[in-house]
Design a protein around this ligand. Structure first.
Ligand SMILES: Nc1nc2c(ncn2[C@@H]2O[C@H](COP(=O)(O)OP(=O)(O)OP(=O)(O)O)[C@@H](O)[C@H]2O)c(=O)[nH]1
Ligand SMILES: [Mg+2]
Length: 345
């Protein structure tokens, strides 16, 4: 099961109460105050985890409660700290406070940890209040309550390249040829029902192996903005991609014109978010092994000035060139981002 959105309730632990106590020993009638402080409440911590790829755990365990701090005790004993709770999240998770609608944080890197809700501080015991004028204070503080809140977690996958295309265009076939991912491929629409990410190892230069992540998302159709097909909900997984590949079935095997497919894909991307069209794009013509594809490609090239890569996922033709081009362009984009980092969106 793939879950890319859920709501959790997080509650950090409350701090323990401070203690009012006095030292009482034989021959020590005025032992003085010795009440310890309360322990701190545990935090709710978010941890970026490369091995987690969706939010299914959070969906079925939506209550995250950290332990409360222990109360302070006599003999200057401080209460034990509450147990913290760690929530492992897939990279690319955006955390939104449902009450304010504001983004609290984004988990981008493996091992990144963020305190979502801070545990309350423990209250002071009466030892803290002793002074020259009050040598027997009967006062202690209660612990502070831990932070709590309701948060929406939205996963926007992080990949370098996003594959966009009609159902059956061959997106899953392409990702299984370029990477070690093995999504299901079949000659019926909507075989892929949730995003898949594959890692393409480019071994062009053995001294500098490059890895690029490619995201295969479910197919888009005309009217997806009105929820036709699987709608637009998976487009959030290409929002952070550096490069978009518009994959076209150049043989028109489902009875559609490739240039209409291209126009529909561009329109649907624009309807979802016009900013997606500002991302660098690469048009890839698939199924070039089928009859009629070459003629369609010639027609398509006459209308579109963009470079079009012709490939066949069945014969493997053009895939090496495509891999090199993707790797070259992604490296260039990464270098440009390093010079002028963009805010994550
Ligand atoms: N002849 C030929 N068939 C192809 C080629 N690439 C993919 N196919 C076939 O097209 C069909 C659909 O391929 P998929 O990879 O499942 O297509 P998809 O774009 O992932 O489709 P959805 O997951 O439904 O969106 C399968 O039967 C593939 O075997 C190709 O280059 N040539
Ligand atoms: Mg597929």
């Amino acid at each position: 099961m793939f879950v890319d959105e859920c709501v959790i309730k997080a509650q950090a632990g409350d701090g323990g109460r401070g203690c009012v106590s006095f030292r009482r020993e034989k021959f020590e009638p005025w032992g003085g105050p010795n009440g310890g402080d309360g322990g701190r409440g545990g935090d709710v911590i978010l941890l970026g985890d490369d091995d987690t790829n969706n939010l299914v755990d959070c969906k079925y365990h939506p209550h995250c409660r950290a332990g409360h701090g222990q109360h302070g005790r006599g003999s200057d004993c401080t209460g034990r700290e509450g147990k913290f709770v760690v929530l492992k999240l897939p990279l690319g998770t955006v955390v939104i406070n449902t009450a304010t609608g504001q983004t609290v944080t984004e988990i981008i890197e493996d091992g990144q940890n963020v305190v979502l809700c801070k545990g309350g501080n423990g209250g002071w015991g009466n030892t803290r209040f002793k002074s020259s004028t009050n040598r027997a204070p009967r006062r202690a503080n209660p612990g502070q309550p831990g932070e709590r809140g309701e948060y929406r977690l939205v996963l926007k996958s992080i990949a370098d390249v996003g594959l966009v295309g009609f159902p059956n265009a061959g997106k899953s076939s392409l990702i299984s040829r370029l990477t070690k991912a093995r999504p299901r491929t079949a000659p019926y629409p909507f075989t892929t029902l949730h995003p898949q990410i594959g890692v393409c190892e480019d071994t062009g230069d053995p001294n500098e192996p490059r890895r690029l992540q490619i995201a295969d998302i479910p197919g888009l159709i005309a009217g997806a903005s009105e929820d036709r097909g699987l709608g637009h909900r998976f487009l959030r997984h290409i929002e952070r991609c550096r490069l978009l590949v518009l994959l076209l079935d150049m043989a028109g095997s489902d009875g559609r014109e490739p240039r209409d497919d291209h126009a529909t894909l561009v329109r649907e991307l624009e309807l979802y978010d016009p900013a997606l069209l500002k991302k660098p794009q690469l048009v890839v013509a698939n199924k070039m092994d089928l009859p009629g594809a070459a003629a369609q490609l010639a027609r398509f090239r006459r209308r579109h000035r963009q470079k079009v890569f012709a490939v066949s996922c069945v014969t493997g033709a053009g895939l090496e060139e495509l891999k090199k081009e993707l790797s070259k362009r992604v490296l260039k984009l990464r270098a440009r981002e390093k010079k002028s980092p963009l805010p994550a969106g």
